[in-house]
Structure formats: structure tokens, C-alpha cells
Write a protein that binds this ligand. Structure first.
Ligand code: SAH
Length: 341
């Protein structure tokens, strides 16, 4: 089988180059063409001698995701639907910010975590993405942009649980950050997890990207109801892992909290959240629930949302209400399904 070079670490591609009888720096050079310069073919790699390009064409493949559709929302958010080689579908969402673009990427086709509020969960788990499929979302989106340099921020918050697909996620993150890769700043990459504690601990050791934790409730009873993973790693375990996590200078953990009417939106819930996060370097993102077809859950009123935020602010927490983007094209948090509607 031909090698899929996009999904290799620097070390692996150097090893691959050596196995072909090449100097190992050729490996880094090829990686830079693939990830940094977005080459779609070996022919484009003009700094490589022609015989080497011919050898590469013979020995390796440049696989790529097939863009099935890209839909633009009224607010400028763009959703990409990609088809994997085996027919599975995944989505990525490009979000325009004031001075840059943020891309939200997927780590799995479907998801196994079963969160009650999330549309992706309803699709069930199809499979893990390979490192090359994770990173290729960024490559294909960059290739579609007039000015690819505007894409500076990556959030791993799309379909799937990145820490459930730990090794592929780690390799993809390296590809994003490495200088011979895509050269993103590690400060501009955020990985979001539902709270897989052992992998969070590994992450503290292996990666320097930002961490976001989907909390969504401040007591175990409510969190068990919303997120089955809480039965395995309850709040006490989760928060003590957060407290132990080594954080580079002045960095904080983002806690995402979806506000759901009648479930987790009361003053009492806000006060519990304040107590739960005491002593954690935390900032809180409040996300009013994005409804999806067939869901019984609804977002609270604006008044209720502001009241909840007020309590956090009053206790010196940074608490931001995340305006939902891309709702009209089902591209908002929790709405990704791979159905392209
Ligand atoms: N598995 C990872 C990443 C995917 S979810 C995780 O759990 O963090 C990304 C974010 O979308 C999470 O913060 C989640 O809480 C939020 N989300 C999921 N469904 C949502 C919905 N219906 N409305 C608003 N936010 C939602």
C-alpha cells in the first residue's frame, strides 16, 4: 500500500524518507510542502529534484477529503461537508471573527459519548478519524480561501470526542503546530473534551494547546442526566484533574456551560458552579442551548441567561455568553450531523 504522508509526525516521515534511501531532511521538506504549503500533488513540490518527485508519486499518496458541499450562513459562518474515503461524512465549521478566522474541526465520524443535548450524539459512533483526516480538514479549508493566512485559530470542538481518539488527535495537533507542519501557534489551538480524565492527564504531559472542558452542570445528578460520561468520571474526579493540570503561564481552562431551560439555569445552579470552580484558573463560556430537530430541550430566556452570568461575574469569574453562529445552516455547537442540511 502507498504511504499516506500527511498523517506522519516529523520523526515518522524522516524514518520513511530514510527507508527510501533519502536523507532525512527530505522527509521534513515533504512534510512542509504537504502541511505548510498545502501542496495537492508531488509535482507542485518544486524544490525537490524531479527524480525524487517521480519516486514519491510511485511510493506515496496524497489523500484528501472530498468536499461535498459548503454552505454559508447569513452571519458569514461556513459549514463544510467532507466525505471520507469509506463514505462516512464529517463536518467542519469556519467562523469569521473580527480580525481572523477560526476553524472548528471534527475528530471522529459520529460520537460515542451520548450527551443528551448534542445532535452528533444522536448519529452514534461511526469511527475514529485518522491523523491525516483530522489535519486535512484544515488543509482543504485553507485551500478554499482567498487569503489562507487569515485562518489562525483552530478549535477541536466539531463532531466527536478528541480525547477518545487520543493518538490521532495528538499527531494531528503536532502537524498543526510544528514548524515543518502548519506552524499554528499552540496558543491558538483549543481542544474541547467532555471530561475523559486519564486522557486529560496525558494531554497535560503531551500537548501545550488550550483546554476546554464541557461542564454543563454543577452537580452530579444533573450532569449524569445530561452527560453519561459523568458516571465514569464524576465532577469531583474531573475538577481535581483540572486543578492538577500543568498550565503554562497565565493560561486558564475554559469551562463550557450550555444553558438549558429548567435543567441547569437557576440562580442555585450558578452558585453551585461558583463553588465548584473555586480555586481553578477558570473562565466560563455560557452557551444558550442550540436546539436541533426532535430535541425536547430548549434554551432559557435572555433574562435568565443574563441573571446566570451576573452571578458568575459577581464572584470574579470571567463569564462570556457565546453568541450562536451558523444556526440557520445547522452549523452551531451541537448541531453537526454529517447530513448537510
Ligand atoms: N466532545 C467534545 C467536543 C465536541 S462538543 C466536548 O464534549 O467538548 C463541543 C461543544 O458543543 C461542547 O462544549 C458542548 O457542550 C457544546 N454543545 C453540544 N451540543 C450543544 C447544543 N445543542 N447547544 C449548544 N452547545 C452544544
Amino acid at each position: 500500500m502507498k504511504a499516506d504522508l500527511k498523517g506522519l509526525t516529523t520523526h515518522e516521515i524522516e524514518g520513511w524518507a530514510a527507508a527510501q534511501g533519502l536523507d532525512s531532511y527530505r522527509g521534513r521538506q515533504i512534510r512542509h510542502w504537504l502541511l505548510g504549503r498545502l501542496a495537492g500533488s508531488f509535482e507542485e513540490m518544486t524544490s525537490l529534484p524531479k527524480p525524487l518527485r517521480a519516486l514519491l508519486t510511485e511510493k506515496a499518496n496524497i489523500t484528501h477529503l472530498e468536499t461535498m458541499k459548503s454552505l454559508e450562513s447569513e452571519d458569514g459562518t461556513r459549514k463544510y461537508l467532507f466525505r471520507l474515503a469509506d463514505g462516512n461524512l464529517i463536518e467542519s465549521v469556519l467562523i469569521p471573527e473580527r480580525n481572523h478566522l477560526t476553524l472548528c474541526i471534527s475528530s471522529q465520524a459520529g460520537c460515542a459519548m451520548g450527551c443528551r443535548f448534542c445532535f452528533t450524539a444522536k448519529q452514534g459512533f461511526k469511527r475514529h478519524l485518522t491523523p491525516s483526516e483530522i489535519i486535512d480538514q484544515v488543509i482543504q479549508v485553507k485551500r478554499s480561501l482567498d487569503d489562507p493566512s487569515r485562518l489562525t485559530n483552530i478549535v477541536m470542538m466539531g463532531m466527536g470526542e478528541p480525547l477518545h481518539n487520543y493518538n490521532a488527535t495528538l499527531i494531528a495537533v503536532r502537524g498543526l503546530i510544528d514548524q515543518d507542519g502548519m506552524n499554528f501557534s499552540h496558543r491558538k489551538i483549543t481542544l474541547s473534551t467532555c471530561g475523559l480524565v486519564p486522557e486529560m492527564e496525558n494531554m497535560g504531559r503531551d500537548m501545550t494547546v488550550n483546554l476546554a472542558v464541557s461542564l454543563n452542570a454543577a452537580d452530579d445528578e444533573t450532569r449524569n442526566f445530561l452527560m453519561p460520561i459523568n458516571k465514569k468520571f464524576p465532577l469531583k474526579t474531573l475538577l481535581s484533574a483540572c486543578r492538577r493540570l500543568p498550565l503554562p503561564n497565565r493560561r486558564m481552562i475554559t469551562f463550557e456551560y450550555i444553558l438549558i431551560k429548567g435543567i441547569n439555569d437557576s440562580h442555585g445552579d450558578a452558585s453551585k458552579l461558583v463553588r465548584l470552580l473555586a480555586g481553578v484558573r477558570a473562565k466560563v463560556n455560557l452557551i444558550p442551548l442550540n436546539p436541533y430537530p426532535g430535541s425536547a430541550l430548549t434554551p432559557p430566556s435572555t433574562k435568565k441567561i443574563l441573571g446566570f452570568q451576573e452571578i458568575l461575574l459577581g464572584n470574579d469569574f470571567t463569564a462570556i455568553i457565546r453568541k450562536s453562529k451558523g444556526n440557520d445552516i445547522m452549523a452551531a455547537c451541537g448541531q453537526l450531523s454529517g447530513c448537510a442540511s
